[in-house]
Design a protein around this ligand. Structure first.
Ligand SMILES: Nc1nc2[nH]cnc2c(=O)[nH]1
Length: 446
């Protein structure tokens, strides 16, 4: 049957097939329905290709790509601190706890100023979209009015946001100018934000999801962790936190709870199949087993981990344990808003893990065998890995998936005889300026 679609994009596309495989199609019609899904993909060999293309041309709903343009799924960033955007690129030479106290908490405290919040959040959301990122898992601040501004910026500019009011009530680990006044306040404000966001969602088709967000074990008290675990269960919502990010962080849990920090979060009901834990550089095999059992995902933040992680996350090992894994920029522990840059760093860090870095050691003692990631796996993490972590039907160019896509130009188009060459060049050479179009749920947002 010949039907018309709300938009059709004609061109070549790459899409993840599996953790180590990517599919390439040289020419297809990607047909979108009016709820923002890919309704149908039509091959040039299909008998109705020409007729459907002609209808779209007549309706002015066809976009035909140039020969050097490629469609990719939109990226999913699993870890962004929205309020830290003004600090991107600053102070990365300090250890995590010092960086938080000296640079991060003073900046986050400023978001009681709504004008400041609006300015920063509008800029950040547009910047991430311009970099091809269509869904983001955000930490906000402790301030609900500012967190709502972040949600409004996502709606206005057309990005799918998962947004958490940050809970941090431990007076020993948070400054008095930036903390929740008590565990009860942290939990009540989190519940209030859930309700406020649900109300805001009545006004839009692009739903923003509230996320339970204990900052990390050190900045919360046992009472707030327990209250937040109860909320996660009551509302069946995603949870995000930092877990085993550094020697200091994992040491804190051992010293104060005599448990690993993953176990502390699990004890309070915060590890569920909707939980996304950032970093995890210090997780053990025992923790991976716990994550697999509970269905917890890891947000791998390869740039940030170079500065604060104290180790390289062995992504292949994590995947071998069947732990869902995606990528995060961790602005501003990571300096770049681009998941392309993070895919590259994921590959580079994994190769350094495999070879080792101490040139005084013999080759066979220097590294961790079988650690190197391919760029195809990095692409998987930025697309399907993120989507699986958030239970989203996206991250793939396929029928029945959300039409979250980016159209990228390959400028340096020498040596492009094979689709693998084209794919590798796109992964390693794309910059923001090469991302020509971005679609979220079928709407063009760049
Ligand atoms: N990278 C990073 N780690 C944290 N641990 C607790 N808070 C933070 C943060 O803002 N950034």
């Amino acid at each position: 049957m010949i039907i018309s679609y709300s938009k059709i994009i004609e061109g070549a596309n790459f899409s993840p097939l599996a953790q180590t495989e990517v599919s390439y199609q040289a020419q297809q019609l990607i047909c979108l329905d009016d709820s923002g899904y890919i309704a149908r993909i039509i091959e040039p060999s299909d008998s109705d290709y020409a007729a459907i293309k002609q209808i779209a041309q007549a309706n002015d709903t066809l976009t035909t790509l140039r020969p050097n343009q490629y469609i990719l799924p939109g990226f999913i960033d699993l870890h962004v601190h929205a309020p830290q955007w003004p600090n991107a690129g600053l102070a990365l030479d300090r250890p995590l706890n010092e960086w938080l106290d000296t640079y991060t908490f003073p900046l986050e405290a400023k978001y009681q100023d709504l004008d400041f919040a609006k300015t920063v959040y509008n800029d950040l959301v547009q910047e991430l979209l311009a970099n091809g990122t269509t869904t983001v898992l955000y930490f906000g601040t402790i301030h609900n009015t500012a967190n709502l501004e972040l949600a409004k910026a996502c709606i206005q500019h057309g990005q799918r946001g998962f947004i958490g009011k940050v809970a941090m009530d431990n007076p020993d680990q948070t400054p008095d100018y930036y903390q929740d006044a008590s565990a009860q306040v942290a939990v009540d404000q989190t519940e209030q934000f859930i309700q406020q966001l649900n109300e805001l969602n009545q006004t839009t088709d692009l739903k923003q999801t509230p996320v339970i967000t204990p900052r990390f074990v050190p900045s919360c008290t046992p009472d707030s962790l327990k209250g937040l675990g109860d909320l996660a269960r009551k509302y069946d919502l995603p949870v995000q936190s930092h877990c085993s990010e550094s020697d200091w962080e994992s040491g804190y849990a051992l010293e104060h709870y005599h448990m690993r920090d993953a176990e502390v979060l699990d004890h309070y009901g915060l590890l569920t199949d909707k939980s996304v834990m950032a970093h995890g550089t210090k997780l053990t095999d025992h923790d991976y087993q716990l994550f697999e059992k509970q269905g917890v995902a890891v947000a791998h933040c390869p740039i940030s981990n170079v500065y604060f992680g104290n180790a390289v996350l062995p992504v292949k090992r994590v995947l071998t344990h069947h732990v869902k894994t995606g990528l995060g920029t961790d602005i501003s522990g990571g300096y770049s808003p681009s998941l392309y840059q993070n895919m590259r760093q994921a590959v580079m860090s994994s190769r350094m893990l495999q070879d080792g870095v101490d040139n005084q050691l013999p080759a066979d003692k220097r590294g961790v065998a079988d650690s190197a990631l391919s760029v195809k796996t990095a692409f998987y993490l930025a697309t399907r890995g993120g989507a699986e972590s958030l239970h989203l039907q996206t991250g793939k160019i396929a029928e029945g998936y959300l039409a979250d896509m980016q159209v990228v130009s390959l400028q340096n188009d020498f040596q492009t005889e094979t689709s693998d060459n084209i794919f590798e060049k796109l992964m390693y050479q794309t910059s923001k300026a090469d991302i020509d179009q971005v679609y979220v749920q079928g709407e063009r947002v760049k």
